[in-house]
Design a protein. Structure first.
Length: 265
């Protein structure tokens, strides 16, 4: 179990309403604020879109110059003996943010993922429509990224693909009841409990590879865990997220001979 981790190195009812500046907020996939200097603005379209990220600032240079960027196309993964995923998530009061790029839920301490012999605390989770990674030529309708970090600063992101259907999901509908619709809007709901284990399908088979954050500064310090089985959610729920976030997926990046592994044939 530890061998695969060595082969895949980790590079590296009260309600409070607040407003933040979406142009200066830190990268949403980073567990901590402060990665992006104030005054820098990026987007998914136009002159500040993905093809220009590397030129917007020296802090974003890795977005163009990096050789281990994400997302990628997943095809022809190599079979390995991989560790099982063990989620230990507590309920957390809902802190939900529209940062102008995604809908993000900031999580209280005490919930974690066990991967092999390592423990990674859940810091936040957020959404993209459609999915960023593509598996065997197909994007999922939406994806949730669960961002974990250990005490050494190593990051693991678990991508949960979501498929539009007719099935209702109570946890998704709870989030939908409190979505901040305006960029810069942040809500804290003390009496609303959130537990993302109810947004993870029972089949925990996955692909894994080493890559980067999928938005500026595109730091190459992420081990990606991509679940194979989509979670079916209501098509209306996905459309609601899309109507607020728009299309917020980074284009596919070159794999550059990085191995993609899977533990299930």
């Amino acid at each position: 179990m530890n061998g695969i981790l060595r082969r895949l190195p980790f590079i590296a009812g009260g309600c409070l309403l607040l407003f933040i500046n979406p142009q200066t907020h830190a990268s949403h996939a980073s567990p901590d604020a402060g990665d992006i200097p104030k005054g820098l603005h990026w987007s998914y379209q136009g002159e500040n879109g993905p093809e220009h990220w590397g030129q917007l600032s020296e802090h974003f240079a890795t977005c163009n110059a990096g050789q281990n960027q994400s997302p990628i196309e997943i095809q022809g993964a190599r079979f390995e003996r991989l560790p099982n995923l063990s989620f230990s998530y507590r309920s957390s009061p809902l802190t939900i943010v529209n940062d102008g790029h995604t809908i993000r839920v900031v999580y209280d301490p005490g919930s974690y993922l066990i991967l092999g012999s390592r423990r990674f605390e859940l810091r936040q989770f957020h959404f993209h429509t459609p999915s960023e990674h593509r598996i065997n030529g197909k994007h999922a309708d939406m994806v949730m990224h669960l961002v974990h970090q250990n005490r050494g600063g190593e990051i693991v992101e678990v991508a949960v693909p979501m498929h539009a259907g007719n099935r209702r999901n109570a946890m998704m509908e709870r989030l939908l009841s409190y979505l901040p619709t305006q960029p810069g809007e942040r809500h804290y709901h003390r009496n609303v409990g959130i537990k993302p284990i109810f947004l993870i399908p029972p089949d925990r088979s996955y692909y894994t590879y080493t890559g980067s954050m999928t938005e500026p500064p595109c730091s190459e310090n992420v081990t990606w865990i991509l679940l194979k089985t989509p979670l079916e959610v209501s098509s209306r729920d996905i459309e609601r997220f899309r109507s607020i976030m728009g299309q917020n997926n980074r284009p596919l990046q070159a794999i550059n001979a990085r191995p993609v592994l899977t533990g299930h044939r």
